[in-house]
Design a protein around this ligand. Structure first.
Ligand code: BGC
Length: 762
């Protein structure tokens, strides 16, 4: 065991590895290792518990039965600091003669990960640590722990396992035919704290049967009808040595074949070598983002195939439906975007060679995520890694875990607007949803340090009010990332002067509120002062002082309006100007990542409800419903991911074919569906007091939002019939609800079920 590692349990087991395996190749993952231990039991077993972790990802079988249902254990963490272990009850798996097999593939710790495909980041090869504790009926205990008595081999049937590339499996190899040798003890290069898993394990979820199969050239093309993150399961009638290749993709080409152009270096395939007869297979050490697969090397009648979604077991707690079927599909797509990207950590996308914990994406999506899913444990685990990886300068790496991904964390005192804001926005969103102050107190020091870093960074090389304009080289920021009204990445980044300054005001404001909640009045004043000074700088340097930007674009209006950077009068004017801009753009979206979550709020909350609804209901590109019109089953990274003919018009535009059809970020509009259309919003974090204030418009004749709050189910269910607005409401025990009807009449309600009506003229 590494010298400085400490753990929340005493391990008698030792880290072991395969001393004969030398892994030096670059940009690929190591050959999987199989560790074996056989032992006999002669007494009656009362219980047996397996504690296990690895560098690499592991799966155990005991007597050929898989232990547990989790995928990608020990989970994705910042391994240098935090490594999780799992505990499994394996009592039911033991017999008299037992064989325990642990397969460890490279995973995130040793395998090739991040798009530069760096490998061996935390260890030169895989390592395993496990203890099986057996308790007998007579009260005695026995320990089977990893040590030199275990055997190991790299000759197992799993020939290759890589998160991006997929698996290669040779079913002709049986455990009896493998040559094992003695494992050796391993001294780890890193000394993480080893603790019981606190995250939410990845499990199998929805099952998809193919909705069609077509023969295109030599390949069978299966369509599962939904884009998602997961794996295929197949069973075949095979012949010894027959090779079957299964490739995965999100879209098809015009000729009906698979379009894998945007996967970049990710091979996303299963290469399976069959033995004779009937056999089944499903990968364990990889996952793909896909809707379609191609199968070659076998006839359609000899294979049956289905797919399973894989994602962290976050519980669904919210639902939204309304009278517009396209909006309902949008809501489904938002949920699928989330499910596909909650795989151990919040990722950007599940298909190409990224699947990384990009901070900006979840910073902006967290509020929507918290309406749909119970995110607390999942995000708290991720935030622990963020705290561990915060730079001494206060900056936050752009991906957490950074896993060897540098940019631009090597340049002190870097802080990156909106991406680093995840350190504030994510805890804040979890707090709003749960009322749990621990998520604030745990992350309080990190937030303060981050916002101070932003302020210092903004103040460099400038004087007077300009010290609060964050104008550092735009190449260090992502700016108005993927804004569809300017085509180039450098143009998105050039908008960082506005996005970064607004981000500084907003995070300072939120940290000031957090300080107040946690009872730190000095900090409250300190951060409020940053918020006020930054707001003043934004107003006086970027606007005419009366809500008109000197250089206009949608995001530059949205952020100061929604973040209360402008005073009331200027805010109303700014919303008018934004509405003009939106109208001039035919109610199409012009915002990148930072503006998209807030644009409808900025309009609707400031007298421009019509414009907000026109934008939401728009079906022309770029808009949310354009994607739905084009058959999207998830949220796209780029608004113009497909043209009206269903082809991708983007090509290589300098972003290294950055085109994904499963990126949740712009699905952040989900927050508006719950908080404005259904109208459910916490007044006190955690919903002890909440408001229901439905926003009627867009031709909707009914809407229903349902949320399993920490206190129980909240329902807002309204409909319109013949100029009457009727609402049915559920208020859970121990909460109060402030109902505001469309005619502005109000009610204060305690627990119960209610129905109210008023006149409405749409
Ligand atoms: C990712 C994004 C991420 C961005 C930041 C992309 O490659 O997919 O979602 O936030 O890079 O630059």
């Amino acid at each position: 065991m590494g010298k400085l590692s400490h753990s929340d349990r005493q391990w008698k087991a030792k880290w072991i590895t395969d001393g004969e395996y030398v892994f030096k190749e670059k940009k690929i993952s190591p050959v999987p290792m199989v560790f074996r231990k056989s032992f006999e039991i002669s007494k009656k077993v009362v219980s047996a518990e397996l504690y296990s972790t690895a560098l690499g990802t592991y799966v155990f079988t005991i007597n050929d039965i898989r232990v547990g249902e989790d995928y990608f254990t020990p989970g994705f963490t910042s391994y240098k600091y935090n490594l999780q272990y799992q505990k499994y009850d394996v009592t039911h798996l033991l017999r008299e003669d037992n064989t325990i097999l642990g397969t460890v593939s490279g995973g995130w710790a040793v395998g090739a990960f991040v798009y530069s495909r760096r490998n061996r980041l935390f260890a030169d090869r895989q390592a395993l640590l496990a203890e099986l504790i057996i308790t007998y009926e007579d009260g005695t205990k026995e320990l089977v722990a990893t040590d030199e008595s275990w055997e190991v081999s790299t000759e197992g049937p799993l020939r290759y396992g890589d998160l991006y590339d997929g698996e290669e499996y040779d079913a002709r190899i049986s455990d009896e035919s493998i040559k094992y040798h003695k494992a050796i003890l391993e001294t780890l290069r890193i000394a993480p704290s080893i603790s019981k898993a606190i995250g939410v394990p990845v499990r199998e979820h929805e099952k998809f049967e193919p909705i069609s199969v077509n023969k295109v050239g030599d390949e069978l093309i299966y369509d599962f009808g939904q884009n998602f993150a997961g794996i295929v399961h197949f069973s075949i009638n095979g012949k010894e040595g027959q090779q079957i290749e299964i490739k995965h993709a999100e879209i098809l080409k015009e000729d009906g074949s698979l379009n894998t152009d945007f996967l970049r270096s990710a091979k996303a395939r299963i290469l399976y070598t069959a033995r004779d007869g009937q056999q089944e297979y499903a990968p364990n050490f990889t996952y793909m983002g896909f809707r379609y697969v191609s199968v070659s090397g076998i006839d359609e009648k000899e294979i049956s195939i289905y797919a399973r979604a894989l994602y962290s077991d976050v519980k669904e707690i919210g639902s939204f439906t309304c009278s517009n079927e396209m909006i309902n599909r949008l809501q489904e797509n938002i949920k699928w975007g989330a499910k596909s990207n909650f795989v151990e950590i919040p990722t950007d996308c599940p298909q190409r060679d990224e699947r990384m914990g990009w901070t900006g994406d979840i910073a902006l999506f967290a509020a929507t995520a918290c309406f749909n899913f119970d995110m607390k444990d999942f995000l708290k685990k991720w935030l622990r890694d963020m705290r561990s990886e915060q730079l001494s300068t206060g900056g936050i790496p752009n991906t957490i875990p950074s896993n060897g991904f540098g940019f631009p964390t090597t340049m002190p005192p870097v802080a990156v607007d909106f991406w680093g804001d995840a350190s504030v926005l994510v805890p804040w969103a979890v707090y709003q949803a749960t009322g749990d102050k621990s998520v604030l107190s745990e992350n309080y020091d990190m937030m303060k340090k981050y916002v101070k870093a932003c302020k210092n960074w903004a103040g460099l090389f400038s004087f007077g009010k300009h010290r609060y304009i964050w104008h550092t080289p735009s190449t260090l920021h992502f700016g108005d990332w993927v804004a569809p009204d300017v085509p180039k990445m450098s143009q998105w980044q050039k908008r960082s002067k506005w996005t970064a300054t607004a981000s500084l005001a907003n995070t300072a404001h939120l940290v000031s509120k957090v300080a107040g909640i946690l009872g730190n009045p000095d900090d409250e004043v300190y951060f409020r002062n940053i918020y006020e000074k930054t707001s003043d700088a934004y107003t006086s340097i970027f606007t005419d002082g009366n809500g008109k930007l000197l250089e206009e674009f949608q995001t530059a209006y949205v952020l100061p309006i929604h973040f209360n950077i402008f005073n009331e009068a200027a805010k109303e004017k700014a919303a008018e100007n934004l509405a003009q801009l939106v109208k001039a753009n035919d109610y199409k979206i012009g915002t990148g990542f930072p503006g998209t979550p807030y644009i409808l709020f900025a309009l609707a909350d400031n007298g421009q409800k019509e414009a907000a609804f026109k934008m939401l209901m728009n079906t022309d590109c770029p808009s949310w419903l354009y994607e739905v019109k084009m058959g999207a089953t998830t949220i796209w990274e780029r608004w113009d991911g497909l043209d009206e003919n269903g082809n991708c018009p983007i090509g290589d535009d300098g972003t290294d074919t950055m085109i994904s059809y499963n990126h949740y970020a712009s699905g952040a509009v989900g927050d508006f569906l719950y908080r404005r259309i259904a109208g459910i919003e916490p007044v006190v974090a955690g919903y002890r007091k909440f408001r229901i204030a439905p926003l009627v418009g867009g031709g909707l004749t009914f809407a229903r939002g349902e949320l399993n709050s920490p206190y129980g189910k909240i329902v807002s269910d309204w409909s319109i019939s013949e100029n009457r607005f009727i609402i049915k409401i559920t208020v859970p025990e121990d909460t109060t609800c402030h109902l505001i009807m469309p005619d502005e009449s109000e009610k204060f309600l305690s627990a119960g079920e209610y129905s109210f009506e008023c006149n409405i003229y749409c």
